[in-house]
Design a protein around this ligand. Structure first.
Ligand SMILES: [Zn+2]
Length: 268
């Protein structure tokens, strides 16, 4: 091997190395299942009992045009907070990130799923505890900074039955709600110590239904950590290994908004 062919061979090795490193660093979609984490938006979509309006889809056009082709278009109107949606940090934190300001790194990240569905089956007002987080980490390793933490209560199976899902269906009254979610001490370890990218849950709020002080919202907002509420499909995710892509409508100055969230789950 002469000098130039040695250089070429070395270059080829280096290039091949970069190529395989790039493959390793990329996402091979054929090796993943795609899981939809969003409930559809329609006239059954649940909003907070005190919400003055709900999701509305107004038909603007549907049918054959004078030119002979088909054309459909609608107008939509909805409160930011309802259905599967983002809570931007400004929702409970003055001066914190608005919907359009949440860094993409907090919306696209590895996820862990903490399953408390056995505990919520016995207590519908169950709140995730610090000990639950530590128990999860003992089995599945420490939660790394930048992880999207998802809490699986099992409540997704009640959607969109208002009474079963929210615990009460009295119009304009949020004082008798009853559903599980995060507790304050769990939120503090996840947000302040583990530096979670976001907190997601398959109920209507990252605070449990009986909350009057919304302390989990306040702890998360103070650290610019967004919330994902009314998630679907958490039962299809492993405790760790999934990657979540949770992209809200980019509402300038918004306090939240409709969220299309999916997960990539390795098939192996
Ligand atoms: Zn919200």
């Amino acid at each position: 091997m002469n000098c130039s062919s040695l250089v070429i061979a070395l270059l080829a090795t280096v290039v091949a190395g970069f190529a395989s490193a790039a493959r390793g660093a990329g996402i091979d979609l054929s090796a993943h299942r795609l899981v939809d984490l969003t409930h559809p938006f329609d006239d059954r979509t649940l909003y907070w009992p005190t919400s003055p309006s709900t999701f509305k889809l107004e038909r603007l056009s549907y049918g054959t045009t004078p030119g002979g082709w088909f054309y459909a278009a609608n107008a939509l109107c909805a409160p930011e907070h309802g259905g599967t949606h983002l809570d931007a940090p400004i929702h409970f934190g003055e001066g914190r990130h608005t919907a359009d300001q949440v860094p993409l790194e907090q919306l696209v990240a590895p996820a862990v799923v903490i399953d408390v569905s056995a505990k919520t089956a016995a207590d519908r007002d169950y709140r995730l505890t610090r000990q639950d987080v530590l128990d999860f980490e003992r089995r599945h390793a420490r939660i790394a900074p930048g992880t999207i933490v998802l809490l699986r209560t099992g409540w997704g199976r009640f959607w969109p039955d208002r009474k079963a899902y929210l615990g009460d269906d009295t119009p304009n009254d949020a004082s008798k709600l009853s559903f599980p979610s995060y507790g304050e001490d769990a939120a503090r370890i996840l947000v302040e110590e583990r530096r979670a990218a976001a907190l997601g849950v398959d109920v209507a709020s990252i605070d449990y239904g009986r909350s009057q002080d919304f302390i989990v919202h306040r702890v998360a907002a103070a650290a610019n950590v967004p919330g994902f509420e009314n998630l679907a499909g958490l039962e299809a995710l492993p405790p760790r290994g999934a990657t979540v892509i949770a992209l809200p409508m980019k509402i300038a100055g918004g306090s939240g908004g409709p969220l299309r969230a999916i997960a990539l789950v390795p098939k192996r």
